[in-house]
Design a protein around this ligand. Structure first.
Ligand code: PMV
Length: 318
């Protein structure tokens, strides 16, 4: 057995969102989703067995509450047989100020590292099923470029796979907006959103948009990709505003960035937004437009920080 195994996985941004659970224990989603893995943001995780009385998590060089990862390891123990306590040492290269979710890259890296430590067969579908249990979006973070998480209907059929493993020239400009409000977890947010009277319609539209998105990616049609992704994401946030206990991840600054993006598009630039469970905005454009757009956003929002990301690769062992 290897003493220590280190794996890296990148974060991903969904172009067709996962926003609702059909089964909250297994993280079986109500919709299939499609994402692009980002090159700039990733998590590196090392795992080793420890004689400590419990699983340990050292995150960014600090001993951190291990409850969530320990539950994940318990799930792995139930599935693959008992193993000793594990010391997890993880470095997140994800700007937390941007509210960018690191759970996708974290659970993907942890899954890959654990498969190495336990010497399990590195079957992509199985890695994805396991990562899904940690965080739904982590199921997609194992793959490079574009991945689809087919929602499936049970533990076996719900996993992600590579859809198109090439850079098609899509750029994402991440606008770092600090949160004004207390953050609502994605699990809680989804649960509430599912009570919106329009939720079923969003789910239905999402299935149609997924097919449109697939064909737009294959055609490398960034405008079409942007238009669909934007509609899908804004629709997701509408559910939050229409549910039984309405809430909103948008801040005033979020809305200003969204409005300015629309203004840029009207002026003839490729510019679209997608937004996840937080206030930050990812602006979708192409490699050719990226610099010009970035200059416009920096001039309009001198108080914000912008990062540019392109398509990233699959998980790897270091
Ligand atoms: O993986 P979770 O449970 O953090 O959910 C992620 C949800 C979104 O980021 C908002 C959408 C997605 O598909 O990644």
């Amino acid at each position: 057995m290897k003493n220590i195994v280190t794996a890296r996985a990148h974060t991903n941004i969904a172009l067709i969102k996962y926003w609702g659970k059909a089964d909250s224990t297994l993280n079986i989603p109500t919709t299939s989703s499609l994402s692009m893995t980002l090159d700039q943001f990733y998590t590196t995780t090392a795992v080793e067995f420890t004689e400590s009385p419990a699983d340990r998590l050292i995150l960014n060089q600090q001993e951190t509450d291990a409850t969530r990862v320990s539950q994940f390891l318990m799930m792995m123990r139930a599935k693959y047989g008992q193993f000793p306590n594990v010391k997890i040492t993880s470095e997140n290269h994800v700007p937390t100020a941007a509210g960018l979710a690191s759970s996708a890259s974290s659970f993907a890296a942890l899954t890959a590292a654990m498969f190495g430590l336990l010497e399990l067969e590195k079957d992509d579908a199985e890695l994805s099923r396991i990562a899904r249990r940690g965080s739904g979006s982590a199921s997609r973070s194992l793959f490079g470029n574009f991945a689809i998480w087919n929602k499936g209907s049970d533990d076996r059929s719900s996993f992600a796979e590579s859809f198109y493993n090439q850079d098609i020239g899509l750029s994402m400009i991440v606008a770092e907006i600090s949160s004004e409000k207390k953050k609502m977890s994605s699990t809680k947010g989804m649960q509430l959103a599912q009570t919106a009277p329009t939720y079923g319609a969003w789910v239905e539209k999402s299935a149609y948009q997924l097919e449109e998105m697939k064909s737009a990616i294959l055609k490398k049609d960034i405008e079409k990709i942007g238009l669909i992704a934007q509609d899908n994401a804004l629709g997701m946030h509408e559910q939050n505003r229409r549910c039984e206990a309405p809430f909103d991840y948008f801040t005033k600054e979020t809305q200003r960035v969204v409005d300015f993006t629309a203004q840029c598009y009207r002026a003839g630039l490729l510019a679209f937004v997608t937004i996840d469970a937080g206030p930050n905005v990812k602006i979708i454009t192409d490699h050719a437009t990226e610099k010009k757009l970035l200059a416009k956003f920096r001039a309009e929002f001198p108080e914000l920080t912008f990062d540019v990301a392109h398509a990233g690769g699959a998980y790897e062992y270091l």
